[in-house]
Design a protein around this ligand. Structure first.
Ligand code: HT7
Ligand code: ZN
Length: 895
């Protein structure tokens, strides 16, 4: 397949104003009658109508009620003899498809005897012939007909306008969507489902019916999803004045889904993982994820559905903005300033451990890509998470909440009901805030959309004690990325403070300014190098730069350990307090790796965190003023991926060994504090998933695993015994999994019976079984034992590669979340990866392509890993039959 280019965008030659779809649902052969009201686009030269279609059986085509000539060219139905002029005409197409054979889970498919659709990005063409592009927006009317006993519930977008009985035990339902939409937002669901219902009245006084549809046994696990939906609706009304524009809003859960969820208008389809939760079966993380994903999909109702993308290159227009909105929502739901900061740290951790590597690898692409072969490969952390940071920077550059709200208002005034571009969004933000730095630097700011790669900002400060000035020079650069050897400067909002050695927040007064007494401000970098001089600086400051991670950049600053310890102890910005701790630990990890590299072949690495750093971490752990969630983050070492990102050549085993050694040192050195942390943060009362309670459980969980780890080296059996006991009597899944994880991480013999009990108890709960598989795939490797265990689990009766959640729980957990076990010197992990990519690709290319990304960064691996990784990728590339999805990725990887 060939690439599509952003600059080749051309408006459609025809519009489809309205579509009436009739489905006769049958798993083996579903019949689809598609009646469209079509007209020529007067702004485009006359040409043939080319409709997209994939794996469809075509039975009939009629124009204005009469047969017509047509051609099939590749995956398009081509109609040349259409009425001329601007009058609309009726085009009727009758096709069939086979939902039960649809293993790709794109288009119309069957899961657990229920019909579902997934149309984004290009799944609608697998249902009927259509102009499958987001800038063609039509009114949809949908008639569903099916056997009533097997499919008692028939759902589609919009309002149910009619339903009733038909002959032969069949029934029907007609749904009309009051809003025009692109076909990627179409959905239908039919099966045996039940709903939790909630009637709400909006602030505007309108009544709405909310429904969460699930399989009958799952109704008891829908309360949190419903609460999250109600909270999201209220939040969007309060925060942005955006209300629900439908009488009915439905969420439906399916256990077979390629991604997390889908924002179809009024009928969101969700992976069960992001709907179902009970204290006994879901962790705090699951509860938080549900809140975030329910919010995300709901927020798309405005950012994505009311205003949609002109073409798929603009994907971040809806995804970056909606991730930003869901992150803000989750922060607001977290409550306290400290809990908000914790959420921010968590989001930045994802960005740095997933997006930064993407931006530095073969798949690096701008937030608004310039070309693609398979659009599904561009649902990436760059488009989503970096895209959200680009929106966040715009908020900073228009002065915060109020300026941003003004920009959003103008964006909707200008573009409601239209398909637009990332430029349109930034333009609205700037126009609504004409005096802002965003408006001043708009063209340069938009390089965040067009240039790939993570910028580096090098900071150098100089304090002149006599003049009481502090001069800060900031230099930016960005490494080359595929197809973009040279970069122009970015516009970087850099929020900073100056911290005195005594911990005081120093005033920030730039040369020539009147004293305002502010202790935090945002500088706007827009040149390759800029110097700022602060006056009236009474003592030597430690610069606290990039507070709250004000831009997605790598900040290089030659901090001494003492300076970082000052920030860790005193910075008023919780993000930078955490960051200082991470910098200290990263530095130690990197020097251990360098030492072990010098003693070639060394496998045992001793943790050597200097005593003053251990003391500082001890102080954090023991500080009664600090939130438990924050402590847990500070005491968690940088991930192996993040450590590896700092190296030019990576020996994953060395990275793993270095991190393990530091963990063991922290476990042992802080035993007394871990003990108190465990004792002080025991749950009492009913389970609540709020940020404060989750934070306590997170710290208790980390403490328990550290205590078990320390016990492992001392031979003590008390803590593993306690962990096993807690595992057995745990009051909720978070505690149970934390206890089980502590036994697994310390490789204690009690892990085996615990895993057996866990399986026995939860064997009928698919989402909990996923955790059971994931735990075993991500366990620490001892002498190469994880790969054979994973291979054995592939034969387990509960394993099923065809179910994406199960595949992710075992195969992805091993290949992507367990570097110490995956990167084997014998290359067997990579051979397993190649086998699984090919096996998945035969029936579900989207999922296969996700797994294919696990070896993106192979070129940085040291030998013997690099050669083995290359061989595995080449093996995939040489497969006789490969999807476009996987082909595009391996081609980039080998380029
Ligand atoms: N907008 C949704 C994207 C999505 C998707 C894309 C490709 C293939 C399958 C998919 N399922 C959902 C999800 C979201 O960002 O809200
Ligand atoms: Zn989204």
């Amino acid at each position: 397949a060939s690439a599509v280019y952003r600059l080749q965008y051309a408006p459609p030659a025809f519009w489809i104003d309205a579509v009436e779809l009739t489905f006769d649902l049958d798993p083996a052969k579903t019949r689809v009658l598609n009646k469209m009201r079509v007209r020529r686009n007067p702004e485009v030269a006359a040409q043939a109508l080319r409709l997209d279609g994939e794996e469809l059986q075509l039975a009939r085509v009629q124009v204005n009620g009469a047969g017509t000539s047509f051609k099939i060219e590749e995956d398009q139905l081509v109609l040349e003899n259409l009425p001329e002029g601007s009058e609309p005409f009726d085009l009727e197409i009758f096709t069939t498809c086979a939902p039960e054979k649809n293993t790709q889970l794109s288009g119309l498919y069957v899961s657990n005897a229920t019909f579902f659709t997934q149309c984004e990005a290009q799944g609608f063409r697998r249902i009927t012939y259509f102009l499958d592009r987001p800038d063609v927006m039509a009114s949809f009317s949908v008639l569903l007909r099916a056997d009533k006993a097997r499919y008692p519930v028939l759902l589609s977008n919009g309002n149910l306008v009619e339903s009733g009985e038909l002959a032969d035990g069949r029934h029907f339902a007609r749904w009309v969507d009051p809003h025009k939409k692109p076909c990627y937002l179409f959905a239908l669901v039919a099966g045996k489902l039940v709903a939790r219902e909630q009637q709400i009245t909006s602030r505007a006084g309108k009544e709405h019916l909310l429904q969460v549809w699930v399989r009958p046994g799952d109704l008891g696990k829908t309360e949190h999803a419903m609460n999250s939906l109600m909270a999201a609706i209220a939040w969007d009304e309060t925060r942005f004045g955006l209300s629900l524009d439908l009488e009915r809003f439905m969420i439906v859960a399916t256990s077979d889904f390629n991604m997390g969820a889908m924002e179809n208008k009024g009928l969101n389809v969700f992976n069960t993982k992001y709907v179902l939760a009970s204290p006994a079966t879901a962790t705090d993380q699951d509860f938080a994820n549900i809140e975030g994903v329910v919010g995300h999909e709901y927020f798309h109702n405005w950012t994505g559905n009311r205003v949609t993308c002109r073409d798929w290159f603009q994907l971040s227009l809806k995804e970056g903005l909606t991730v930003f909105r869901d992150q803000e929502f989750s922060q607001d739901m977290a409550g306290s300033a400290s809990a908000r900061a914790t959420r921010r740290i968590e989001d930045v951790r994802v960005l740095r451990s997933a997006q930064f590597p993407e931006d530095a690898g073969p798949m690096a692409h701008p937030v608004r890509p310039d070309s693609y072969v398979e659009i599904n490969n561009f649902y990436t952390v760059t488009v989503y998470e970096k895209g959200a940071e680009v929106v966040r920077m715009q908020r900073t550059l228009v002065g915060g909440h109020e300026g941003f709200a003004r920009g959003m208002k103008l964006y909707f005034e200008r573009h409601d009901g239209h398909a637009v571009t990332c430029d349109d969004f930034a333009q609205a933000m700037a126009d609504a805030n004409p005096a802002s730095p965003l408006a001043q630097h708009l063209e340069a700011f938009k390089r965040w959309y067009s240039q790939a790669g993570t910028p580096r900002v090098k900071a150098a400060g100089h304090y002149d004690a006599d003049a009481r000035t502090y001069t800060l020079t900031l230099m930016q650069s960005c490494p080359p990325t595929p197809g973009q050897p040279d970069k122009l400067p970015f516009v970087i909002p850099l929020t900073l403070g100056l911290v005195g050695e005594d911990g005081a927040a120093l005033p920030l007064q730039l040369a020539g300014e009147a004293a305002a007494g502010e202790t935090q401000r945002t500088l706007v970098l827009h040149e390759a190098s800029q110097t700022f001089t602060f006056e009236g600086v009474a003592q030597r400051p430690v610069p606290s730069l990039l507070r709250s991670f004000s831009a997605p950049v790598i900040l290089e600053c030659d901090y001494s350990d003492a300076e970082l310890l000052t920030l860790l102890a005193h910075d008023a910005d919780p993000f930078n307090r955490w960051e200082a701790g991470q910098r200290l630990l990263l530095r130690v990890a990197l020097s251990s790796i360098a030492d072990s590299a010098e003693q070639a072949g060394a496998t045992a690495i001793n943790g050597h965190i200097p005593e003053d750093i251990v003391d500082a971490l001890r102080a954090v752990l023991a500080d009664p003023q600090l939130d438990p969630a924050f402590k847990e983050l500070v005491l968690t070492l940088p991930s192996e991926v993040y450590i590896a990102e700092q190296l030019d050549e990576v020996d994953p085993q060395q990275v793993h060994a270095a991190r393990e050694a530091l963990r063991l040192q922290l476990a042992t050195a802080l035993q007394a504090q871990w003990r108190s942390a465990w004792e002080q943060h025991q749950d009492s009362g009913a389970y609540r998933p709020d940020a404060a309670s989750s934070g306590r459980r997170a710290l208790a969980g980390l403490a328990l695993s550290m205590l078990c780890l320390a016990a492992r080296s001392s031979g003590d059996t008390v803590w593993p015994g306690k962990a096993y006991q807690r595992f057995k009597i745990a009051a909720n899944m978070t505690e149970r999994l934390n206890a089980l994880g502590a036994l697994i991480v310390s490789d204690h013999e009690l892990a085996r019976p615990a895993l057996e009990r866990f399986h026995e108890r939860f064997r009928d709960d698919a989402l909990v079984l996923d955790k059971w598989f994931a735990l075993q795939a991500a366990r620490p490797d001892r002498g190469g034992n994880v790969l054979p265990a994973v291979q054995a689990l592939m034969q387990h009766p509960d394993f099923n590669l065809k179910n994406p959640n199960r595949a992710r729980s075992l195969v992805f957990s091993y290949c992507s979340a367990n570097p110490g076990a995956f990167h084997r010197r014998d290359g067997a992990g990579y051979a397993f990866w190649a086998e699984q990519v090919l096996a998945l690709d035969a029936f579900n290319p989207q999922v296969a392509a996700r797994l294919a990304r696990a070896l993106d960064r192979w070129k940085r691996l040291a030998e013997p890993y690099r050669e083995a990784a290359r061989a595995a990728i080449e093996r995939v590339a040489a497969a006789p039959k490969l999807s476009n999805d996987v082909r595009e990725l391996v081609t980039h990887a080998l380029a």
